[in-house]
Design a protein around this ligand. Sequence first.
Ligand SMILES: [Zn+2]
Length: 270
Amino acid sequence: MYFIEPHIHIASRTTDDLQAMARAGCVAVGEPAFWMGYDRTSVGSFYDYFRQLTEWEPTRTARYGMRHFTWIGVNAKEAENVSFAREVMEKMPEFLDLPDVLGVGEIGLNKCTSNEVATLTALIDIALERGEMMLFHTPHLEHKLMGTRMILDLLRNDNRVNRDRVWIDHCEEHTIRQVRDEGYWAGLTLYPTTKVTPERAVDMVEIYGPERLLVTSSADWGPSDPLAIIAFMAAMRSRGHDESLIRRIVYDNPLEFMRQCERFKFGAPQ
Ligand SMILES: [Zn+2]
């Protein structure tokens, strides 16, 4: 079965990973801009990273027959210095104009400070003024509930937001319901050590259904599994779910979400 990996940091993955993903049936990936594990010291460093995401990583991915789409933004871990973040934001429009860029992301909160909120508000403004889709990172577990609610509050107060075009990622059992009840897409992150296991993801499918649900590896430079979606598919099968439901979650849903971006052009294989 074909699948789409809508959240993975290809810049942190090896060619062995790309080959394994392609052989497993991956036909396209989405790569949000994020924290590289260290804080960047200049706007130029962000600029070069955005070039990497829009030039080099698509080339690398294409060698394995997979399409590469990306998101441009300032991540929550580097959002504390608001004036620096604003300088980076000035560089974003030229990248947001490129054909395979899906929108503004991943943006969000980490420690939920007022400076992070100031940066996030400015990023949301850029997205809404341009009519861009948005991908939100919600904080790690100790701040997840509070941070998710703060993001939903920010969006609820802005009548320019089209919730069909917004993805709130890294949901867990205590946040998924509110995200979906308010009309957003919800992402589940399958990490081997933290976040959601494949079995817990299947539980949430069974409890909440497959609508507006995205399942991803969010694989990066830490312990993570670029084939986590395959593990999720196996867990779904072992619970007796049929192939059409599995396909809906790992293929049809990401396509439905990404297709809302006017720049998204992809001859999706059937
Ligand atoms: Zn990520």
